[in-house]
Design a protein around this ligand. Structure first.
Ligand code: HPA
Ligand code: ZN
Length: 325
């Protein structure tokens, strides 16, 4: 049986965290340049640290690592490096999660981070033709009130912001905590997305849909615990931004063969494949596609459907989506 060469397919990446795209090499370089202490001192030590037992064990390392980002140049470099690497996997469009609260709390000016990230995105579009926009991710461990401040800070940069998002430790921080700020984002005309059903159960997915009225669910795989919910997701055409290698690393599934991505596809759910935090989870988008091809047994037709879902599930205007299909 032939298998399609996934590296040749044009793709959109809808779920990747800018701060989670720092490669060990750049992390060490920025740590040295900025005089920031990090919990490892070589690329080998950094890679060895990437063994996780759950979401929180990953977030601890991720929060330690992102502290190396300090200047506009740092933010521009990490953004351009991710987009260059994604472009090598034929990513034509990326919607990048960026979480300002962790940086604001370290005393980084909002203008410094945004101007750096925008410079990186603008340069990548000019050099490689890759389009991108930001998902401003609120961190769910913090109070909802802080979210309104983030909305106000981001307003002058709205041309580059596609959506409000929600990430961080899921269990104990349900979507309902952010009902008002998500309503305000929608009132301002932004799309909305939220991580739900990664660590949290199907109820978190339902809340994200019914209370936050999100356009997409990040991960969402635990919706499968509630067959009626799966049917609703399929009927409404809600996109799930699934990250298979991340799910295995964080023990959402014991191994790739046990992943339910194929089952969700079969149930009519609009599934996409994404990398989440690629160096931390051992792969970029093509690695994730290949893992599904060989580990889950997705057919060529499935792979093509999932790649197209990336574009139709994106926040690109319809006429730009059409160019990619
Ligand atoms: N889940 C929640 N928060 C995150 C993740 C994730 O997979 N990656 C970076 N922040
Ligand atoms: Zn994520």
């Amino acid at each position: 049986m032939t298998m399609i060469d996934v590296s040749r397919l044009p793709k959109a990446e809808l779920h990747v965290h800018l701060e989670g795209s720092l490669e060990p090499e750049m992390l060490l370089e920025l740590a040295a340049r900025n005089g920031v202490d990090i919990p490892f001192h070589s690329e080998e030590e950094a890679r060895a640290a990437c063994h996780f037992t759950d979401l929180q064990s990953f977030l601890n390392l991720y929060y330690a690592g992102l502290r190396v980002l300090r200047t506009p140049r740092d933010f521009a470099e990490v953004t351009h490096a991710y987009l260059t690497r994604a472009h090598a996997d034929r990513v034509r469009h990326a919607e990048i999660y960026f979480s300002p609260q962790g940086h604001l709390r370290r005393g980084i000016a909002f203008a410094d981070m945004m101007e750096g990230v925008i410079e990186g995105m603008t340069a990548a579009r000019a050099d490689m033709g890759i389009s991108s926009g930001l998902i401003l991710g609120l961190q769910r461990q913090y109070a909802e009130d802080e979210g309104f401040e983030v909305l106000d800070l981001a307003w002058p940069y709205r041309q580059h912001v596609l959506a409000l998002g929600l990430g961080g430790p899921e269990v104990g921080n349900p979507p309902e905590k952010f009902t008002r700020v998500f309503a305000e984002a929608r009132r301002r005309g932004w799309h909305t997305v939220a991580h739900a059903g990664e660590e949290g159960d199907a109820g978190y997915v339902r809340q994200a849909m019914d209370l936050l009225h999100v356009d997409r669910i990040d991960h969402g795989v635990r919706c499968a615990e509630d067959p009626a919910l799966v049917r609703t997701i399929a009927e409404r055409g809600i996109t799930l931004t699934v990250c298979p290698l991340s799910n295995v690393c964080l023990r959402v599934f014991p191994d790739i063969a046990a992943h339910n991505l194929g089952t969700l596809l079969r149930a009519g759910v609009k599934v996409t494949i994404n990398s989440d935090d690629p160096p931390y989870f051992g792969g970029y988008i093509d690695d994730n596609f290949r893992a599904c091809q060989t580990g889950i047994g997705l057919s060529d037709a499935d792979i093509i459907t999932v790649a197209r879902n990336g574009f139709t599930g994106s926040f690109l205007p319809a006429e730009e989506v059409a160019v990619h299909l």
